[in-house]
Design a protein around this ligand. Structure first.
Ligand code: ATP
Length: 231
């Protein structure tokens, strides 16, 4: 993406983000509250209007409707998950596949359930009856049902117990490595993000202030502690 700018009405939030994400990469986006991390993901999925440029395999996505961007292979797991509480787990997953050809849905459902066996066990239960961790897995599973090339995840660890978070990130890593799904993960838990992601970006006030291999941004480094706080 180049010179990516976005905001809400007259309020400019992103002030020109330049970033190239390689296919198959997992990139973590870190930074303080209000830095614009969520807005970055929203601009990429078409939920807020972005200006500048963001291309997916050469195709410009800015200025397109969210549905069109989804068709190009972008799936977004928003903050707060956005699963439909009264619908069953299976119904939620099938909604995620609404852009797939019908003949591919059953196979994709099997594939996603093999990643999240806990969802298999609760298939006919309402999503609202699941634990927070299970609901987050459902939200990710639903996004994966569309067979995305690029998965945008907004604070997937929020509200989850450490063990559940780790389990979720293990699945994300497996999907990233074995299915080649590119991922941009906004994460408050910097330590976790640096452990799982190949590369990390730090945003502040709508700008990228730091980017590098996650290994080089590990805790203890002077430059990171300035942005990420002591860990
Ligand atoms: P957090 O970790 O708190 O979610 P963030 O880095 O994701 O922070 P954003 O949610 O992108 O940051 O918010 C960036 C700025 O945009 C903030 O100043 C916020 O108040 C503003 N903002 C976010 N959503 C809206 C909205 N719907 N309308 C107007 N302003 C908004």
């Amino acid at each position: 993406m180049g010179g990516l700018r976005a905001g809400y009405g007259p309020a400019r939030v992103l002030h020109g983000i330049d970033l190239a994400v390689r296919e198959g990469e997992m990139v973590a986006v870190l930074g303080p509250n209000g830095a614009g991390k969520t807005t970055l993901l929203r601009a990429l999925s078409g939920m807020v209007r972005g200006r500048g440029s963001a291309r997916l395999r050469g195709t410009e996505i800015l200025g397109r409707a969210p549905e069109e961007i989804a068709r190009l292979g972008v799936a977004h797991v928003p903050e707060g998950r956005g699963t439909f509480a009264p619908l069953t787990v299976e119904e939620n997953l099938r909604i995620g596949a609404h852009l797939l050809p019908r003949s591919h849905v059953a196979g994709q459902l099997r594939r996603v359930l093999s990643r999240f066996p806990v969802l298999q066990a609760h298939l006919s239960q309402p999503a609202g009856s699941l634990s927070g961790g299970e609901q987050q897995m459902l939200a990710v599973g639903r996004a994966l049902m569309s067979r995305p090339r690029l998965l945008l995840l907004d604070e997937p660890s929020r509200g989850l117990a450490p063990l559940t978070t780790r389990r979720l990130f293990d699945v994300l890593r497996a999907v990233n490595l074995h299915e080649g799904v590119t991922m941009i993960v906004v994460e408050q838990n910097a330590q976790l993000a640096l452990e799982f992601a190949g590369r990390a970006l730090v945003m502040e006030s709508g700008r990228l202030v730091l980017a590098g291999e996650a290994g080089r941004l590990r805790p203890g480094r002077r430059v990171t502690s300035a942005y990420l706080g002591p860990r």
